[in-house]
Write a protein that binds this ligand. Sequence first.
Ligand code: 2M8
Length: 270
Amino acid sequence: LLIFTDLDGTLLNSDDYGYDGAIRAIADLQQQQIPIIPVSSKTRAEVEVLSTEIGLTDSFIVENGSAIFIPPHQDYLFSEEMKIAGKYYFRQRGCVYAQVRDGLRDLSAAIGEDLTGFGDLNIADIMQLTGLSEPEAQRAKNREFTEPFITPHHVDPERLAHQVKALGFNVVVGDRFSHLIGDQAGKGGAVQWLVNRYQQVNRGESITTIGLGNSPNDLAMLEVVDIPIIIPGIKGVHPGLTNQGWKVAPFPGSVGWGVAVAEEVKGLSY
Ligand code: 2M8
């Protein structure tokens, strides 16, 4: 069993980024040696610090599936297509930050609307928009592969997506922002790649996967796992995730995460 989880609004509460409600379930999963793999819009810098804080030690997927990082103790997952970054092995699937920054400028020109990305914002702006602390905002701005930008609400999302595709990128919608990502990125493909690695090292033995998410950028991940679970927001399931017929956790944020995972995995309390 592998657990793939989004962070903001899923394992972490939307309002305070806390994870209290999931602590028991996480401890129980760890006791059963079930990997918990973050799959986030967040940067490597952010996920590294959060994983350490929460006590997660497995591989992780950053910036909407742009890269998969494998820690040294999981070197059995290494494959020839991977490179080394610091102490990690990593597999890049997206483009690099300079490309999405150029992409955002071209997109602004194409739709005739000035789009504001993290690269245009200072730390104080990011803190104000997200509620992150100063060091957290610094790590959020430390981007390697994707550009979050303020969703232009008066631009038709289909028109925006069409222009993005024409420029050779993809756009996904997260908790608070839209994200310009490489056309090979996306959470679904990254999860599938890592599941394949696990399957290869387990000699084809079948592996059950659970995925948890709350926003449209999680759709691709939820589609490729065996057991998709939606974490609702305070106002209910995100409109972009309704009508899927998937399990919906009974509560928002970390509490919903803990309860829903305990319902699926035998021997778990919450
Ligand atoms: C951005 O990501 C979230 C996740 O869905 C969003 O779109 O609301 C990213 O910039 C991430 O790096 C950052 O930590 C987060 C803060 O709210 O916002």
